[in-house]
Design a protein around this ligand. Structure first.
Ligand code: NI
Length: 178
């Protein structure tokens, strides 16, 4: 398939509400997912949402292996999540560093639900659900925000924890979220 250009913050398509996928197991959907995976892996991202490559559909992908530089982040299984529904399962939130392929060169500390339940569909239309926490929960929230036109800087509360990666000290080099 193909590596696609990733839209950057400022492009109006990133602010749009994405539409649900209505037809599963179609060549178009499989091609979209393949392009997203090629693009994410090429850029060494942890996740990617369809609107980031200019496709206004409710499709996200994410996942990565254990990174020895960030042992606390653990691994997240590679997942294709379509028409997701997210439900926090406690009021608890936590701050954590995020980056975004649409906001290159920057990092910010973002509050997210710590414990999360999510459901959705795979490309074949099979429904699945998971209960997750920590970085897995963070990645899902970050990617699914893209489907509602939300980029992580819009979630930041403390702007002293938002800036250029190369201007921060080493403590802020957390795993990029996508
Ligand atoms: Ni992102």
């Amino acid at each position: 398939m193909a590596i696609r250009a990733v839209l950057r913050m400022g492009d109006a398509r990133l602010w749009a509400q994405a539409q649900p996928v209505e037809t599963f197991d179609s060549p178009e959907l499989h091609d979209l997912v393949a392009d997203m995976e090629d693009t994410m892996r090429h850029l060494d991202g942890a996740g990617l949402a369809a609107p980031q490559i200019g496709v206004g559909r409710r499709v996200v992908i994410f996942g990565f292996e254990q990174n020895p530089r960030y042992p606390a982040a653990g691994s997240v299984p590679f997942t294709v999540l379509i028409n997701p529904v997210l439900t926090p399962i406690s009021d608890e939130t936590e701050e954590g560093w995020e980056g975004c392929l649409s906001v290159p060169g920057l990092r910010g500390s973002v509050p997210r639900w710590r414990h999360l339940h999510y459901t959705g569909f795979d490309p074949f239309g099979r429904r699945f659900e998971r209960t997750v926490d920590g970085f897995h929960a963070r990645v899902v929230q970050h990617e699914c925000d893209h489907l509602d036109g939300i980029l992580y800087p819009m979630r930041i509360k403390d702007f002293t924890s938002f800036g250029f990666i190369d201007a921060f000290g080493p403590e802020s080099t957390g795993l990029p979220t996508d």
